[in-house]
Design a protein around this ligand. Structure first.
Ligand code: A3P
Length: 383
């Protein structure tokens, strides 16, 4: 019991302990000893190292926990949905566009990781759920429905993340954005260079992606894995789907988010059943200079994402593109199967990557395909 910081999970009342101690004293010759709590914790974790990491459960799903929870706390301070990534697919654009919606609020910025809380994916998890909740606005008194969300793009491929999210937010909706994995890798490489990643500055993109995972120098190997792993979309999506029903997983086509964010956002609010409906047509506008859609504020001024989003860099060399197409081929094939299984249409970029445009849609002209895609994307949960 001493080690259970998530106190609602302990099912033994202290009276059971007392009775057990009395029983042992009365009926056995065992000499009972105790130690200060910290020493006991060390002994316990030596015996059960796998329990060192807590898993925060949801207080509102546990009657006993709720009874002893402070009245100031409320599960209304936990997010209804998460943008889980992966990185460099347009997560910031989706985050800022969703934040314009009057009924949707995100977390306040973290001093270390800015708009991303990175709670489920790293050290912040040890800070506990009070820390996490403190970033979300307290419930309002106005009876207005409101939806809370957060975006941390590295949740997508984090090993422990699906299990942690599921324990705390089992009914949360998860939004993931997918673009061609080769494009994602290339964008991430340039992002690392701008952030002075030594290995990214030292090695070319082609050297990084083709590095031998066994024999390359350590820094290069690490970069190789970090650049390519998140693009294993099917593998990571299956990890999430092992815990969450498909109705809670929303796949956004990142290429569409760039070319037609109004359509994507209008569809996403329908999927998430967000009320009232907010027509993004009046709030987003394509800005030539930026080459992307930007927000239009109440004074009719446009506000684009910063320089770090929508960077200028040379096109990828054809040798790298060819290498990545082959590298991701098995994963992309698995992704295509996954889309079919879930009843989603295949995004056109995935068909291009696999060279299956005509096979999947034998007689349908290209325009019709994109019309079909949009109608399907409206209601994936109902498929
Ligand atoms: P590039 O900078 O490589 O073009 P993330 O926010 O997940 O880090 O993704 C960054 C990517 O979002 C950018 O990658 C850009 O292509 C894409 N993006 C999508 N919509 C955008 C928008 N409206 N403004 C800027 N970038 C956008």
């Amino acid at each position: 019991m001493t080690h259970m910081s998530n106190y609602a999970l302990d099912r033994l009342g202290s009276y059971v302990f007392e009775s057990a101690v009395q029983f042992l004293r009365c009926w056995t010759n065992l000499r009972l000893e105790t130690r200060p709590p910290l020493q006991l914790a060390d002994i316990y974790f030596d015996l059960y190292p796998e329990e060192q990491d807590p898993i925060w459960g949801n207080p509102c799903q546990d009657k006993r926990h709720l009874e002893i929870w402070s009245k100031n706390k409320s599960c209304e301070r936990l997010p209804n949905f998460l943008i889980i990534g992966p990185q460099k697919t347009g997560t910031t654009a989706l985050y800022s566009f969703l934040s314009i919606h009057p009924a949707i609020s995100s977390n306040r910025d973290s001093p270390e990781t800015f708009e991303e809380l990175q709670f489920f994916s790293g050290k912040n998890y040890q800070k506990g759920i009070d820390w996490y909740m403190s970033f979300f606005p307290p419930p309002a008194n106005d009876n207005e429905t409101r939806y809370l969300f957060e975006k941390s793009a590295n949740y997508f491929d984090g090993t422990l993340v699906p299990q942690r999210v599921h324990a705390l937010l089992p009914s949360a909706h998860l939004i993931t954005i997918l673009i061609p994995p080769s494009k994602r890798a290339y964008s991430w490489y340039h992002h690392q260079r701008v952030h002075n990643d030594k290995a990214a500055l030292e090695f070319s993109f082609h050297e990084v992606i083709t590095a031998n995972p066994r024999h390359a120098p350590r820094a290069l190997r690490e970069l190789h894995n970090r650049i390519l792993q998140p693009g294993m979309y099917a593998h990571h999506l299956e990890r999430w789907l092992a815990l969450f029903p498909p109705q809670q997983l929303h796949l956004v086509d990142g290429e569409r988010l760039k070319s037609d964010p109004i359509l994507v956002l209008n569809q996403l609010q329908t999927e998430l059943k967000i009320r009232p409906f907010f027509d993004y047509a009046n709030h987003l506008k394509y800005v030539d200079q930026k080459g992307f859609y930007c927000q239009v504020d109440s004074l009719n001024k446009t506000k684009c994402l910063g320089q770090g989003k929508g960077r200028n860099y040379p096109p990828m060399e054809s040798a790298s593109l060819k290498f990545l197409r082959e590298y991701y081929q098995p994963e992309n094939t698995a992704l295509e199967k996954l889309f079919k299984r879930l009843g989603y249409p295949i995004p056109s970029w995935l068909e291009e990557e696999l060279g299956t445009e005509s096979q999947n849609n034998p007689q349908i002209p290209a325009e019709e395909i994109s019309n079909n895609v949009s109608s399907h994307w409206e209601n994936p949960g109902s498929q």
